[in-house]
Design a protein around this ligand. Structure first.
Ligand SMILES: C[S@@+](CC[C@H](N)C(=O)[O-])C[C@H]1O[C@@H](n2cnc3c(N)ncnc32)[C@H](O)[C@@H]1O
Length: 661
């Protein structure tokens, strides 16, 4: 029942290689690196990598992912109490209070992370790797000559030898501005000489950078210009810089920063305009609050009282914030018109409330009143692993292609749905149309019953099934089926798997030989009966005569039954097709019987899926050719209901069932 090879289910990607490497690492924690690489060698190697990258090769040595640790908290100016140098650092040993100041001496290359070479104040050098920075080559954040403050620094090992300073949490790296008090005296002169002293020059250079799509550099120049305009008390220039910076922040999808800049531009404009200076527009936080609320009303009369460029930016920000809302309005053109990669503050809480496998409880801290939730990359990764869903673009694609193949999968978060627990026998089914997720009842659900979902299709073998759930989500399933499969004695479990594998081999061999012969089908049917016997009441450790699988799926029987149903259908044996389609449904835990012209479907804990819809469709077809129209009609009606359950909508239903009615 697992996905066929070729389609990637990101739910099944377990990033445990890193764990393995950590465990294999020599016990060096707390020591200093034994060897030191010279400045020349480091720079030369870096330049060679830059050249190789520009030629399209990938020369980069791989990182070893570290043991998870949370980001440093608070401001570097108040919380980082100890300035350290490269020579003070140890391997894999982090001091929360330590701060390392480095100046980069090369341009970076940006691959899966940003890599550069940097020196400390004493002239010691190191390879510096910054992960998760959303950096890019055209507009790098850490350019040559940047001065950065690194929190909780330490040496970490590279896969093929050597050490580097690796920053995992972007917030553990702070790009220092030229005037920052933390910058050492010896670096200050050079930094100051690089200063532009005219706001107009900053504007010109910033605009130039903007045109070259070097947005971060433009941001830096506009910030510098803003400082100069503040110093010169020039409100017109100030408004201009806030407006320009707001524009760049929109491009960089930093909507909160954009809203902050625009509210300051509007407030500065209002304060310097006589009839607005005492209005609410002169209060930046009121304007900012209005930009963030999702109402289209305009109580501040922005549309009539401020200049056109500011008005347009306001409309743009309100629109962008509006479509990034937590409660979707299913406005597809709007949703698809833009892709927002940032986690907006209001969504952040919702995101970080999700299950993280106990990571934050173990390593995090209680947030102080008003303290922002830190973006901890390890926690984000745990949340991704425990809450992400792999989804086909449209669930109906599952039915629109040959049986037993799967469409390409993509991955996403649906935060509310993430609160659902798994059951191998779920009472709901999730389906997708694009990024809209539907949840439909797979059977009658009693009031108060917990809604469950199937995270992955259950493996036939209970041991493998539980192992997968344990490794990927950290729990053991205790659904009815897992309890039953798990209670069967070990010899029987192994015997079932052995027979299943033999049968599978037989079926695969047959498949390779072209259309099956009746003799070969009878042989498979015989082998299936033997496997079926292993699920009989006497073999399932039930009370005397009790059929413990009566209303439950018998997963080991599903594949061969499906094969025989389709094979009998292909040789146009109507009676056998009916027999095996009914068996297939039964092996999914759905008991379908007939009483005269009446079709009875008993379904308490069975699995509704693509194959059960197909089985009903085959039944309808077979009953039609036997002239049993009433039964065919009832099969088709049920199949149509389940079609909607497993695809989310009626779209494509008519085509799918065309020819069966
Ligand atoms: C997507 S979350 C589900 C919601 C989660 N229970 C919560 O309260 O936020 C996945 C996590 O829920 C827990 N979980 C899901 N299904 C479970 C089940 N059948 N039995 C026990 N724990 C389960 C596991 O800890 C798993 O990693």
């Amino acid at each position: 029942m697992a996905l066929t090879t070729g389609s990637r289910n990101t739910y099944e990607e377990v990033p445990d290689l890193a764990k393995k490497l950590i465990n294999e690492a020599p016990a060096e924690t707390g020591q200093r690196p034994k060897s030191k690489v010279s400045r020349d060698t480091l720079v030369r190697t870096h330049q060679r990598h830059l050249k190789l990258l520009s030629e399209g090769s990938v020369p980069i040595r791989s990182l070893i992912l570290p043991k998870p640790y949370p980001p440093a908290r608070g401001s570097i100016h108040t919380n980082s109490k100890k300035t350290v140098h490269l020579g003070d650092l140890q391997i894999d040993s982090r001091d929360r209070d330590a701060l390392l100041l480095l100046r980069t001496i090369t341009s970076p290359y940006v691959w899966s992370s940003t890599v550069t070479v940097a020196e400390d104040e004493t002239g010691d050098v190191a390879r510096l790797t910054v992960c998760n920075l959303e950096d890019n080559v055209v507009d790098p954040i850490v350019t040559e000559g940047s001065i950065v403050a690194i929190r909780q620094p330490c040496w970490t090992r590279l896969v093929d030898g050597g050490y580097h300073i690796c920053v995992d949490h972007p917030s553990d790296l702070v790009l220092l501005r030229a005037e920052d008090d933390l910058i050492p005296e010896s670096w200050r002169d050079e930094t100051d000489s690089d200063q532009r002293n005219e706001a107009t020059q900053c504007k010109k250079d910033g605009d130039m950078m903007f045109l070259k799509k070097r947005f971060r550099k433009a941001l830096e120049l506009y910030t510098q210009g803003l400082r100069l305009s503040n110093r010169d008390s020039d409100p017109v220039s100030e408004i201009d810089f806030y407006r320009k910076r707001c524009g760049v922040n929109i491009v960089l999808l930093r909507l909160d920063d954009a809203a902050n800049d625009l509210s300051k531009a509007i407030a500065t404009h209002a304060r310097s305009t006589p009839n607005l200076s005492s209005s609410e527009l002169a209060n930046a936080s009121i304007v900012e609050g209005w930009l963030h609320n999702r109402s289209t009303e305009d109580p501040l009369q922005i549309s009539s009282k401020i200049t056109r460029p500011l008005k347009e930016l306001a409309a743009r920000i309100k629109f962008d914030i509006g479509i990034n809302q937590s409660r979707p309005d299913y406005n597809l053109p709007v949703i698809s018109s833009r892709w927002i990669s940032c986690i907006k503050a209001s969504l952040r809480k919702e995101f970080f409330d999700l299950e993280d496998g106990g990571y934050w409880d173990e390593l995090g801290w209680d947030l102080a009143e008003g303290e922002d939730i830190p973006v901890d990359v390890f926690r984000v990764e745990y949340i991704r692993r425990f809450n992400c869903y792999s989804a086909p673009t449209r669930s109906s694609d599952l039915l629109n292609q040959p049986p037993n193949t799967n469409p390409e999968l993509r991955t996403g978060f649906w935060t509310h749905a993430s609160y659902m627990n798994h059951s191998c026998l779920p009472n709901t089914i999730r389906t997708f149309i694009g990024d809209i997720r539907f949840l439909r009842a797979a059977r009658d659900i009693a009031a108060g019953e917990e809604l469950t979902n199937q995270y992955i299709a259950p493996d036939i073998d209970i041991t493998e099934r539980q192992e997968k759930l344990k490794t990927m989500w950290g729990f053991e399933c205790d659904c009815q089926l897992c309890i039953l499969d798990g209670s069967v004695n070990e010899n029987m479990r192994q015997e079932r798997m052995k027979r299943f594998e033999e049968l599978k081999g037989m079926v695969m061999q047959l498949g390779e030989k072209g259309p099956p012969t009746i003799t070969s089908l009878k042989k498979v049917a015989r082998a299936l009966r033997e496997l079926e016997a292993l699920y009989s009441p006497s073999m399932s450790d039930g009370e005397e005569g009790e059929d413990r699988y009566a209303a439950l799926p018998r997963l080991g029987l599903v594949h061969p039954t499906l094969f025989l149903t389709e094979a009998w259908r292909s040789v146009k044996n109507v009676d056998r097709t009916i027999e095996y389609a009914l068996k297939l449904l039964r092996n999914f835990g759905i008991i379908v019987t007939t009483e005269g012209k009446e079709l009875k479907v008993e379904h308490k804990a069975g699995l509704v899926n693509v194959e059960t819809v197909r089985a009903l469709n085959y039944l309808a077809e077979a009953y039609t050719s036997r002239g049993e129209e009433q039964l065919a009609k009832q099969c088709l009606e049920k199949a149509k209901v389940w079609y909607i359950v497993i695809t989310g909508a009626e779209v494509g239903m008519e085509q799918f069932f065309a020819g069966s009615s």
